[in-house]
Design a protein around this ligand. Structure first.
Ligand code: F6P
Length: 405
């Protein structure tokens, strides 16, 4: 069967396998390669039995559950075989596939086809923790508290860890860091169709829609004060409602905010108007820290600390507030926040970031090629948002109004 390929995803739960699988399918489909995903978890959830989401269902000692999981796996294998026999070109088997035994069954089943194993890992504990929080919001945990859901998922992971065997004997294999978005190891010993394309897809960030929004008006904004943790004004609340109304035509599954009240308060009305939308606060998106100037107005800084105002004017990008931050020193953490966003967001779904003036400038500069001295002056209004769309061949940026004032 020419041009046919089986991709087997491998990895512990919550390591970004399904996101990677969706990214592969969507991009290969755009290239005209008929691709389909066969996901064991989806099939399990479709079977609808409540017990299949409890952690004991994943215990290697639970022989009934092991048999059921093997059955689910073979049903998906059969569907993949059918798909490849008919019009399909690439079948992606999306499951943990963490044992050599399971992978051997797959190799023996698809003896006549090239098979590529893609293992997703992530060594970043914080990103993993954030991913567990997100998993806790899934409908399969709807009858549990967030804490119960996380504890159950952690137990599920530990069952998988107890039987996990890394890729080693599989002839064609790639190890991907799904948080850092890079390839850690690869070994290809036979011809794998679309290999160069797949490699490229695995390491390219493709963004269908990012809505980069600045929080709406706060009391500090009214007084021209920097930093702090001010609340929204009445007008700010109105603007957030206008945003919520504006986005009712878009599906927003997650809103990423900072830890500050103003971003959380601006996100809440939007989340309320959506069908199942969670708010994830990332400290990486906290506004630039003004250090000793935090809470002062620009005028107060000019009057009382003219050396600060002068030095900042001279090189706003590189300037660091005493005991605080600067655009340059903030870059690394903001980029880290962005990596978390890509890791936590399901591939292909809209991304909303409710951020701050300086943070949003740094985020935007990651996508726009701007000179560093221009970054601290990028226009960041409170009645418009940036809509960013990126694929390997084009980038679109649009400043969209949502409120009259
Ligand atoms: O004024 C609002 C604010 O978000 C402050 O908290 C922050 O210090 C400032 O904007 C960043 O903008 P600039 O770098 O232009 O002072």
């Amino acid at each position: 069967m020419k041009g046919k390929l089986v991709i087997v995803m491998v990895g512990l739960p919550a390591r970004g396998k399904s996101t990677m699988a969706r990214k592969l399918r969507q991009t290969l489909e755009l290239d005209g390669v008929k691709t389909s995903i066969f996901n064991n978890g989806d099939l399990r959830r479709k079977m609808g039995d409540e017990t299949t989401s409890s952690s004991t269902f994943f215990s290697p000692d639970n022989s009934d559950a092991v048999a059921l999981r093997e059955k689910i796996s073979s049903l998906n294998i059969e569907d993949a075989q059918k798909f490849l026999k008919e019009k399909g070109s690439v079948a992606i088997l999306d499951a943990s596939n963490v044992t050599r035994k399971r992978r051997k069954i797959l190799r023996n089943t698809f003896l006549e086809l090239p098979i590529l194993f893609i293992e997703c890992m992530n060594a970043d504990g914080e990103a993993l923790e954030a991913n567990l929080e997100r998993k806790a919001t899934l409908s399969e945990f709807k009858d549990r508290t967030k804490e119960e859901a996380i504890a159950s998922f952690v137990r599920r992971i530990s069952y998988y860890e107890s039987i996990y065997e890394p890729l080693d004997v599989e002839p064609n294999r790639i190890l991907v860091d799904s948080f850092e978005n890079c390839i850690l190891q690869e070994q290809v010993s036979s011809i794998v169709p679309y290999y160069d394309r797949i490699r490229d897809i695995l390491t390219t960030r493709v963004v269908r829609n990012i809505f980069l929004v600045r929080h709406t008006q706060t009391y500090f904004n009214l007084e021209d004060r920097i930093g702090g943790d001010s609340d929204l004004t009445e007008k700010g609340i109105e603007q957030s409602r206008a945003l919520a109304e504006h986005f009712t035509t878009q599906r927003i599954p997650i809103i990423f905010t900072s830890n500050y009240q103003r971003t959380l308060q601006a996100a809440e009305p939007i989340a309320e108007r959506q069908d199942r939308c969670s708010i994830i606060a990332l400290p990486e998106f906290n506004e630039i820290h003004g250090g000793v100037c935090d809470g002062m107005t620009y005028q107060e800084i000019s009057d009382n600390m003219p050396h600060v105002a002068r030095a900042r004017r001279l090189n706003k990008y590189r300037y660091v507030y005493p005991e605080g931050e600067g655009y340059k020193t903030m870059e690394e953490r903001v980029y880290r926040g962005l990596k978390k966003v890509f890791y936590l967001n399901n591939y292909g779904e809209n991304i909303m970031i409710m951020g701050h003036k300086a943070v949003n400038r740094v985020i935007l500069s990651k996508f726009l090629s701007r000179q560093e001295e221009e970054i601290p002056y990028i226009y960041m209004p409170q009645n418009r948002y940036y809509h960013i769309q990126i694929d390997p061949y084009k980038r679109i940026f649009e400043l969209v109004p949502y409120s009259l004032s």
